[in-house]
Design a protein around this ligand. Sequence first.
Ligand code: FAD
Length: 405
Amino acid sequence: MTTFVIVGGGLAGAKAAETLRAEGFTGEIVLFGDESEVPYERPPLSKDYLLGKKPRESAYVHPAEWYAENSVDLRTGVSVAAIERPTHTVIVEGGTQHYDKLLLATGAAPRRLDIPGEALDGVRTLRKLPDSDALRAEFTRGRRVVIVGSGWIGLETAAAASIAGCQVTVIEPQPTPLYYAIGPELGAVFTVLHQAHGVEFRFGETAAEFHGDAAGRVGSVLTSSGTVLPADVAIVAIGAGPNDGLARGAGLELSNGVVTDSALRTSDPDIYAAGDVACSFLPLLGTHVRVEHWSNALNGGPAAARSMLGQEVEYNRVPYFYTDQYDLGMECSGLPSPGAYDQVVYRGDRATLEFIAFWLAGGRLIAGMNVNVWDVTDDIQSLIRSNRTLDPSRLADPAIPLADV
Ligand SMILES: Cc1cc2nc3c(=O)[nH]c(=O)nc-3n(C[C@H](O)[C@H](O)[C@H](O)COP(=O)(O)OP(=O)(O)OC[C@H]3O[C@@H](n4cnc5c(N)ncnc54)[C@H](O)[C@@H]3O)c2cc1C
């Protein structure tokens, strides 16, 4: 019997298994996940689950019984230690597993600061359900929370802590939050949003040391300016790096993750990669990108599965991300990092937090972000895909439907 092995029990891995069955694959599917939980989605970990608004099971990709019902051999709590390409085998503790085709969906892991005191109790990162459980228990009224990094997870965590009544300070070396994700113009919108909820930012600073209290728990954070910030909890939220150790050990091509073509094939024709770990060729941009977003795992896992089945696949989606912070809901299509654009155009009012921002390069739309405005993502993505020179005044004019811009 043909055996497809999926390493990584997250969203990409679970959706790949679902697609294999939906496409009629009748061979064996073995899904290895090193967490004890069934595959789950991570966005709620810094939002509704962290806020205690949603139960644990609501994060599951499929109900626990789905795997047996669909003959997917889910092995939770099992870490794959190595891939032996010549024998088409993966090595797990106490055994081996043959594969005909293999999907790497191992995701990413939080980056560490590598500064003194980082191992103290109370210095945390957020990636897994137990991390979210631990933060939820820490976020009680009046506690002092210091967050290092103001990317998406840093800000969402700041919002959750602030809503729980904590005193929140965010340390960020750049002049705005989300600097590399959306640039300073739109980053400033998030500064104002969080300040309105009592969050203090310390821009232009980094964390230099964590200091322990008498009980050996984190008690304060020393910043690069020499300031000591009292802290009951510290959260390191400085981004994530790909879990590419298996691929490295197997000698696959790597460059900021596991390199794939647009069919999500790695440099080994029997090994595929999807989700946060993959750095895939995106025809739309004409380059390889590693996209650490939910929708890339949601769609990339299925695309890899179809590719494993021998179907013609070109994975070419506009990168898409969403966030929820306080009463702000936002969707962003494209990759508007500083240097990628030369103009920002707004439709609507930033002050009332109901607007669309468009990032242009040479008059062409490279990204768009809708804030508390809905059902415009398809139009924004069509404009990005069109690669046509656009009139900024028409983009800014709310009277002109986006489809007519
Ligand atoms: C707190 C949080 C909030 C987020 N919020 C948003 C959001 O609002 N919007 C958005 O677009 N994106 C968000 N993201 C990003 C999104 O969740 C990720 O892009 C997505 O989880 C990637 O899915 P994945 O399947 O590639 O990897 P993962 O979800 O990381 O799953 C990979 C799994 O593989 C396991 N694994 C790794 N190595 C091995 C091994 N050797 N053997 C067995 N198992 C292994 C890992 O432990 C993990 O369980 C958020 C991420 C986090 C952490």
